[in-house]
Design a protein around this ligand. Structure first.
Ligand SMILES: NC(=O)c1ccc[n+]([C@@H]2O[C@H](COP(=O)([O-])OP(=O)(O)OC[C@H]3O[C@@H](n4cnc5c(N)ncnc54)[C@H](O)[C@@H]3O)[C@@H](O)[C@H]2O)c1
Length: 274
């Protein structure tokens, strides 16, 4: 079950955290992997980092390991590449997709994982620039990437789109107006693509993670993190692999009749916990 042998998966924001775990799990299931991220280790330009809001946030959170992950995947016997791709840049996306088609032959699985999670402020303190940034990366980025791979999936009459949403998108999040709005939008996008993709055997599903102990999450406010754990039924954060296993399932042939769903990988944070 769940063999992805012969499939090619493209993961956005795949250098660390959940994206990296997804890449490794998809590779273990047999897929060839293209990891994309806004930055690659070999291409870190300190000056450019300092001059951009995203760059500053990434530097603060600890940079990325896309190329290292691709090397690990090659050791598993799969083909793997790491490409720089900013999901807000349609031209970069088009270039990468063309390159993947040329070098790997096809794209079967898209994991829309790239996002920024760090804009936490109550509504009167939400920063307009960061609101716009979050929309552009977390929501428009997913739309651009889906649109770029769609013609190839449509032509081959097979595709799997897995979008990373969040419980912030289904439940709201205190101090997370921009983030939760983008994640609610991702769920809308997922369902529309599910309806349009069905005739081409393209499925589109959202994963709704709760609290997963990634580097990015650990950098959050410790008190807020503690409160989130306290209201999770399992009383502990999930592991990146918990999400990655759900991605492998949704990408598999076995999940061919599942589309448009919100699959919670949340340890029960949405339940009435007391
Ligand atoms: N960790 C959690 O608890 C949690 C919970 C719910 C949802 N999620 C979602 O899971 C996904 C991964 O989260 P994570 O915790 O691994 O965070 P993360 O910050 O480690 O991963 C996000 C990745 O996106 C990349 N990225 C940022 N802007 C980009 C851009 N413009 N173009 C391309 N790549 C870009 C970053 O470099 C990073 O590698 C996100 O969509 C997040 O919203 C995480």
């Amino acid at each position: 079950m769940f063999s992805l042998a012969g499939k090619v998966a493209l993961i956005t924001g795949g250098s660390r955290g959940l994206g990296r775990a997804d890449a490794l799990a998809l590779a273990r299931a047999g897929a060839d992997i293209v990891i994309t991220d806004i930055l690659l280790e070999s291409d870190v330009d300190e000056k450019a980092l300092k001059s951009s809001v995203v760059g500053q946030a990434l530097r603060k959170e600890g940079i990325v390991y896309a190329e290292q992950t691709a090397a690990e995947i090659r050791q598993l016997g799969r083909r793997a590449a790491a490409y720089k791709m900013d999901v807000t840049d349609r031209e970069q996306i088009a270039r990468v997709v063309t390159k993947v088609i040329k070098e790997f032959g096809h794209i079967d699985i898209l994991v829309n994982n790239a996002a920024m999670l760090d804009h936490v402020a109550t509504i009167e303190n939400q920063d307009e620039a960061l609101w716009e940034r979050d929309l552009r990366i977390n929501l428009t980025g997913a739309y651009y990437c889906a649109k770029a791979v769609w013609p190839y999936m449509k032509e081959q009459r097979w595709g799997r789109i897995v979008n990373m949403a969040s419980v912030a998108g289904t439940m709201g999040g205190f101090g997370q107006a921009s983030y939760s709005s983008t994640k609610a939008g991702v769920i809308g996008l997922t369902k529309s693509l599910a309806l349009e993709g069905a005739r081409y055997q393209i499925t589109s599903n959202a994963i709704v993670p709760g609290i997963i102990g990634t580097e990015a999450w650990k950098k959050g406010d410790p008190k807020m993190n503690e409160r989130m754990i306290a209201r999770t039924a399992f009383r502990q954060p999930g592991e990146p692999a918990d999400v990655a296993h759900a991605v492998v399932f949704l990408a598999s042939e076995e999940a061919k009749y599942i589309t448009g769903i919100e699959l919670y990988v949340s340890g029960g944070i949405e339940l009435f916990t007391f």
